[in-house]
Design a binder for this molecule. Structure first.
Ligand code: GSH
Length: 214
């Protein structure tokens, strides 16, 4: 039996943050597939036994069950000593970027991608609004990364892993030309890709039993 179990599914960039971290630190882990498109995260069973918040990822380790990718990343970084901030000030910076990621970068990129390419019948005005929000937040990240190689300090941290959750999915899914419109984000995602243990989300996590509707 593996040391860590991660409840996740291939299309989930939030799950990817945790899966990628597990792979980058060389952890002994296995995925437990979540049938998201069949509504598993909304089921009473999932909410009652796996995560009351109704979300993937969920990490199981030594009797603990953790959700929220930022919490999982922090936990794995503490245990492994890897991808940590190098000072107390940088620790706050890491937290600042993880919160910004959850609220602004991932939130809008993921919701836009879902409505743009993974569900049927989305309202075009809503999709356009989400696209604008995602673009303006990516621009902020691009501006920061034009000045430095990593989001915080001089080495990769869990802040980078968090913000990178959705940037490796195919362009036709998220709808952005990252290489052309966000060159600093593109160069940074190539740096992350070069880290030992990096894998694409579709090679790291299981496809749900039920396919997206679109
Ligand atoms: N802030 C959470 C977000 C998790 C999240 O939204 N997960 C999505 C999949 S990417 C989910 O499970 N959504 C379930 C639902 O909306 O029913 C995290 O970082 O873990």
């Amino acid at each position: 039996m593996s040391e860590y179990k991660l409840h996740c599914f291939a299309q989930s960039g939030n799950s990817y943050k945790a899966a990628l971290m597990l792979n980058l630190i060389g952890a002994d882990w296995e995925p437990v597939g979540v049938d998201f498109f069949a509504g598993e995260t909304r089921s009473p069973e999932f909410r009652g036994t796996i995560n009351e918040m109704g979300e993937a990822p969920v990490l199981e380790h030594k009797g603990k069950r953790l959700s929220q990718s930022g919490v999982i990343l922090t936990y794995l970084s503490r245990l492994s000593g890897k991808f940590k901030a190098q000072s107390e000030d940088d620790e706050l910076e890491v937290l600042r970027w993880i919160l910004f990621d959850n609220h602004k970068v991932t939130n809008f990129m993921a919701t836009h991608r879902f409505m743009h390419s993974l569900m049927k019948g989305a309202n075009p005005a809503v999709v356009e609004f989400l696209r604008g929000r995602a673009l303006s937040n990516l621009k902020i990240v691009d501006g920061h990364l034009a000045k430095q190689d990593w989001l915080v300090g001089k080495a990769p941290t869990i802040a980078d892993i968090s913000v990178a959750g959705y940037i490796y999915y195919p362009a036709e899914e998220h709808g952005f030309d990252i290489e052309k419109d966000f060159p600093a984000v593109h160069a940074w995602r190539e740096r992350i890709k070069a880290l030992p243990g990096w894998k694409h989300p579709y090679d790291l996590m299981p496809q749900p039993k039920t396919a997206p509707q679109k």
